[in-house]
Design a protein around this ligand. Structure first.
Ligand SMILES: Nc1ncnc2c1ncn2[C@@H]1O[C@H](COP(=O)(O)OP(=O)(O)OP(=O)(O)O)[C@@H](O)[C@H]1O
Ligand SMILES: [Mg+2]
Length: 254
C-alpha cells in the first residue's frame, strides 16, 4: 500500500520543499519507491528531480484525473518518479474536491510513498492534497510564532477534514534547529508539555549544507552524503517508516 504524505504549513519558508525533496530521496535511499508531486505553483520541488520544462504536470493531472498516469515522469534518481509542478497552477484548477485523490489513485500503484509539496496556504490545492493523504507532515521552526502557527494549522486541518473529507494523521517536526539555542529548547518543551502537538522525535538541524544543496538542486544526501543534516532526514524517513508500522516512541532532547 502506498502511503501518501502532504508536506504542509500555512507559514512560508519553513522548509516544506526541502523536506519533500530530502524525505523522498531518503526513502529511495532506504529502498522504497517514491512518487513526488509538486502541488505548489512556485514549482520549487520540480527542478530537484527533472531538468527543463515538462509537457504534462500537476495542472494536466487535475484537468483530467482519470488520465493522470500520463503525467508521471521518471526523475533523475532511480526509485523516484514525479508529477511536475506548473507555474500556471491556480486554485480554481481544482474543480471538484476529490479530483487530486482520483488522479493520485490512478498513479500510486507500485509506490511505497507519495510525497506532495504544497504552497503556504490551505486553500483548494492544499486542502485537496490533504484530503488525498494518509499524513499531513508539518515542519516548524521553533520560534515565537510557532505556537500560533500550529494552532492555525490545526484549525485549518479540522476545517479541511469537514469540508473535503479524508482523515489524515497529523505529524509535526522541528526544523532549522540549533542545539545551542535555549529559546528553541523552551519552545519545544512548551509545545510538547503543554500543548500536546503530535511531534515526531526527529528534528532537522540548521545547516549550511541545505543552501549548498539548493544551489545545485540536489538532495543534501547527494550533495554531502556524510553530513549530519543528511543523516537527520534519513532518521526522519526511518521514524515515519516506524509510524507506518505502528511503532510509538518517546520524545528525545533537541
Ligand atoms: N534545516 C535547514 N537548515 C538551514 N537552512 C534550511 C533548512 N531547511 C531549509 N532551509 C533553507 O530555508 C529556505 C526555505 O526553505 P524551503 O524553500 O524548503 O521552504 P518552504 O517552506 O518550501 O518555502 P515556501 O513556503 O516558499 O514554499 C531555503 O533557502 C532552504 O535551503
Ligand atoms: Mg516550498
Amino acid at each position: 500500500m502506498c502511503k501518501t504524505i502532504t508536506v504542509g504549513n500555512l507559514k512560508g519558508g519553513v522548509g516544506k520543499t526541502t523536506t519533500a525533496v530530502n524525505l523522498a530521496y531518503s526513502f529511495a535511499h532506504l529502498g522504497r519507491r517514491v512518487l513526488v508531486v509538486d502541488a505548489d505553483p512556485q514549482s520549487n520541488l520540480t527542478p530537484f528531480f527533472r531538468k527543463g520544462r515538462n509537457k504534462r504536470g500537476i495542472r494536466d493531472a487535475l484537468s483530467s484525473p482519470e488520465g493522470a498516469m500520463r503525467c508521471v515522469r521518471r526523475s533523475r534518481y532511480g526509485g523516484i518518479d514525479i508529477i511536475s509542478g506548473d507555474t500556471r497552477l491556480r486554485e480554481d484548477d481544482v474543480r471538484r474536491p476529490g479530483d487530486l485523490g482520483v488522479a493520485l489513485g490512478k498513479c500510486r500503484d507500485g509506490y511505497d510513498f507519495c510525497i506532495i509539496d504544497t504552497r503556504p496556504a490551505f486553500e483548494k490545492i492544499t486542502a485537496s492534497a490533504v484530503a488525498a493523504s494518509d499524513m499531513l507532515l508539518t515542519p516548524v521552526c521553533l520560534d515565537r510564532f510557532c505556537r500560533d502557527n500550529l494552532a492555525l494549522v490545526e484549525e485549518r486541518l479540522d476545517e479541511s477534514r469537514d469540508a473535503w473529507g479524508g482523515c489524515p494523521e497529523w505529524r509535526v517536526f522541528g526544523t532549522k534547529v540549533s542545539g545551542r539555542s535555549p529559546s528553541q529548547r523552551r519552545t519545544y518543551e512548551d509545545l510538547l508539555g503543554r500543548h500536546d502537538y503530535p511531534f515526531l522525535e526527529t528534528c532537522i538541524r540548521r545547516s549550511c549544507a541545505f543552501e549548498g544543496a539548493l544551489g545545485l538542486y540536489k538532495p543534501v544526501l547527494r550533495h554531502r552524503s556524510g553530513s549530519p543534516a543528511a543523516g537527520d532526514y534519513i532518521d526522519l524517513a526511518m521514524e515515519i517508516l516506524g509510524c507506518a508500522h505502528g511503532e510509538e516512541g518517546t520524545h528525545g532532547e533537541i
